[in-house]
Design a binder for this molecule. Structure first.
Ligand SMILES: [Zn+2]
Length: 142
């Protein structure tokens, strides 16, 4: 195991938040073993719990959180997290949505990445994930 991934907020509506204290406990156990904590943020609240709970890597942009403003950007920078954009994932995940809705969502993720990059934030890429989402038609369990 190279790390653990926590769902700071679940998929679905409404998303279920993993409390910051539980992320913190998981992060503590991972960190004492020298492992990284990857967090699936899904929502603004999920992102904040992940950051405050000690996540090392934010695994996706958060298109439904809107503009990556200072309320998110500053804590992300202060925590020193890295971001894996997974932009290609959004087109896959929203493939059954209306095109305009899907493209708006994707554009939000792209804009968040642009802002993160402009701030000097660390960006990681996960080519395996992109390949998987391109080639696997099953519902994502990522
Ligand atoms: Zn995820």
């Amino acid at each position: 195991m190279d790390g653990i991934k926590v769902y700071a907020a679940s998929l679905g509506s409404p998303p279920i938040l993993l409390p910051e204290a539980e992320i913190e406990a998981a992060a503590h156990e991972a960190h004492v073993r020298g492992k990284l904590v990857f967090a699936h943020p899904h929502t603004r609240e999920g992102l904040m719990n992940a950051i405050n709970g000690g996540a090392d890597v934010i695994v996706h942009t958060i298109p439904n959180a809107g503009v990556l403003d200072d309320s998110m950007l500053t804590p992300m920078k202060k925590a020193g997290v890295a971001l894996i954009p997974t932009l290609k994932l959004w087109r896959h995940e929203l493939r059954n949505d209306r095109t305009s809705q899907r493209e708006k969502f994707v554009a939000s993720g792209v804009e968040q990445l642009r802002i993160w990059a402009a701030s000097g934030g660390v960006i990681l890429f996960a080519p395996m994930l992109v390949t998987w989402t391109t080639m696997t038609p099953r519902k994502s369990s990522l």
